[in-house]
Design a protein. Structure first.
Length: 273
């Protein structure tokens, strides 16, 4: 039901018959499945996006699994099972990280893989920084001590360790979530840091595992902005038209063409490359 409503929304957006399109029908169906996302309270765009992607993945995955059952003979059931975990959502948005964990006592190395659809990046400055600074902060090695110690299989006990993440599968579309809502002195507040992000030639090769053979250069295609504070605010979006390459601002019923220079905003919250 939600996949059908989303399909209608995308169709209406691309028909070119309207000055703007309201996602009213899609949201009505979506909030029946996820009552937490009602119209009467404030919500987080990143949390909403995760639920939308998960919901669409489940819908498309079920259709794909049904088609596989109808078309594939029982003799190749193993390959059918492996297909059930994929969908157009995973093909477009899913990447994989590998966490290399090294015991500081015996130096044994282990890898822990983890799938992702959104990378939540820390913001290392309070005034101004670059997206590259955020990526460096996310991928820098960390030391696990005290309550964060690992249980080392080779040592047979809890030990200090280092951990370093790398990308082993780069998604076609990578989504960065800038962690603007942070704890400081026991209080949660919003960081208004200016994060400068490139429009093209974003190179992720410094964070890519040698085993990954995907293309690692990305171009910006959309931005979700949040204006406001911790408990209130307003979301807008900048999106690049995939055919004309022009940028547009989406602010409720106001859809306007904007110059490239306007896309760099202090309010950026989600970046799509």
């Amino acid at each position: 039901e939600s996949a059908t409503a989303f399909g209608c929304l995308v169709s209406d957006m691309w028909l070119g018959e309207f000055d703007y399109v309201s996602p009213e029908a899609f949201h009505s169906i979506f909030e029946k499945r996820y009552p937490a996302f009602s119209r009467t309270t404030q919500h987080d765009a990143q949390e909403f996006l995760i639920c939308v992607l998960d919901d669409l993945h489940e819908a498309f995955k079920q259709v794909r699994a049904q088609l596989c059952q109808e078309r594939v003979s029982p003799a190749v059931g193993a390959s059918t099972r492996s297909l059930r975990g994929t969908s157009i959502i995973t093909q477009l948005f899913e990447g994989q990280l590998s966490y290399a964990i090294r015991c500081l006592t015996c130096r044994a190395l282990s890898d822990r893989p983890e799938s992702f659809t959104i990378l939540s990046l820390p913001i290392p400055s309070t005034r101004v920084c670059s997206l590259q600074d955020c990526l460096e902060c996310f991928f820098q090695p960390d030391v696990l001590t005290r309550n964060n110690q690992i249980h080392c299989y080779w040592c047979g006990g809890n030990q200090d360790a280092t951990v370093k993440a790398s990308i082993t599968k780069a998604p076609q579309i990578i989504i960065f979530h800038l962690k603007r809502f942070a704890w400081q002195d026991k209080h949660r507040r919003k960081l208004s840091t200016t994060v400068c992000y490139p429009f093209s030639d974003l190179d992720l090769s410094p964070y890519i595992s040698p085993s990954c053979c995907n293309n690692t250069e990305y171009s910006l295609c959309a931005v979700v902005n949040h204006a406001g504070d911790l408990d209130y605010g307003h979301y807008t979006a900048f999106c690049k038209h995939s055919v004309t390459k022009h940028w547009y601002s989406f602010d409720d019923a106001q859809v306007t063409k904007i110059p490239d220079s306007a896309v760099q905003a202090d309010t950026a919250y989600l970046l799509f490359y």
